[in-house]
Design a binder for this molecule. Structure first.
Ligand SMILES: NC(=O)c1ccc[n+]([C@@H]2O[C@H](COP(=O)([O-])OP(=O)(O)OC[C@H]3O[C@@H](n4cnc5c(N)ncnc54)[C@H](O)[C@@H]3O)[C@@H](O)[C@H]2O)c1
Length: 248
């Protein structure tokens, strides 16, 4: 029996991770800035005695440092953390002001860091941390100046943390998803965007949130016991694509 913290647990990939972990017998602490996180998790997970949740903004350091220890009280040792809370914008560089840039960095980078820094002291005998990067953090993508920079920072932060936490037997890895069918993408991708993405992917479709949750689950489990500081792309072939069969 072990406990996992999942941020961004009210929607998309975070919700899929919380569901999968609960189904596999983990105790799950779900956090989200969305005040309905309790209803969403309570409603969608039938294992409510092993699920606790609270509204929590990962950019609010005081809230993070209060809420997480509070929710962990009396539960099995914390052994897993999945950082899914994230903010994305599709906006050209010249329309990106410093305020928006800071906001995206604050949620995706500083928020991820703050949650990890709060959780690590509760991981007694080792554990595993999974951060959500993105293919946009590994390649220059249209409209992804701030978002891409934040997701590239998540990769580097993952590597440094993996090094610093290895002596404590804590592994830290990242996932770089391609497009995943979630609320974030439904808001952001037009039909033209969808054609552009699938045109660059061997698998010609968007991922389901569950497909990313399965990778996170593998990285939390002992099955990945020698993997740390790594970024695993789950992108239907997006990063591997060059000249595609059928092009032109
Ligand atoms: N969907 C994709 O195509 C895709 C691709 C690559 C990476 N990602 C990354 O995966 C993660 C999850 O994305 P998703 O697609 O499930 O998005 P989503 O919008 O469905 O879910 C994100 C959740 O994070 C929460 N959140 C946002 N800001 C927060 C904050 N300050 N504090 C706490 N919670 C906050 C939101 O309320 C939401 O419930 C994000 O980091 C995203 O950047 C998504």
């Amino acid at each position: 029996m072990a406990t996992a913290v999942v941020t961004g647990a009210a929607s998309g990939i975070g919700l899929a991770c919380a569901r999968l972990l609960a189904r596999e017998g983990w105790h799950v602490v779900g956090l989200d800035v969305n005040g309905n996180v309790g209803d969403v998790l309570g409603e969608k997970l039938c294992t409510s005695s092993r699920v606790r949740s609270a509204p929590c903004d990962v950019t609010d350091e005081v809230a993070v440092e209060t809420v997480i220890p509070d929710l962990l009280k009396g539960w099995p040792m914390l052994a897993g953390l999945v950082n899914c809370a994230g903010l994305a914008r599709d906006i050209p560089m010249m329309d990106t002001d410093a305020g928006l840039f800071r906001q995206i960095m604050d949620v995706n980078v500083v928020g991820t860091f703050t949650v990890i820094r709060t959780c690590v002291p509760h991981m007694g005998d080792g554990g595993a941390i999974v951060n959500m990067s993105s293919v946009a953090g590994l390649r220059g993508s249209k409209g992804r100046l701030a978002y891409g920079a934040s997701k590239a920072a998540v990769v580097n932060m993952t590597q440094v943390m993996a090094m610093e936490l290895a002596p404590r037997d804590i592994r830290v890895n990242a996932i770089a998803p391609g497009p995943v069918e979630t609320a974030m993408i439904q808001k952001m991708h037009s039909d033209a965007d969808r054609r552009r993405y699938t045109g660059r992917m061997f698998m010609k479709r968007y991922a389901r949130p569950r497909e990313i949750a399965e990778v996170a689950y593998f990285l939390l489990s002992d099955r990945s016991s020698f993997i740390t500081g790594e970024v695993i792309a789950a992108d239907g072939g997006f990063l591997a694509a060059g000249l595609m069969a059928g092009d032109g």
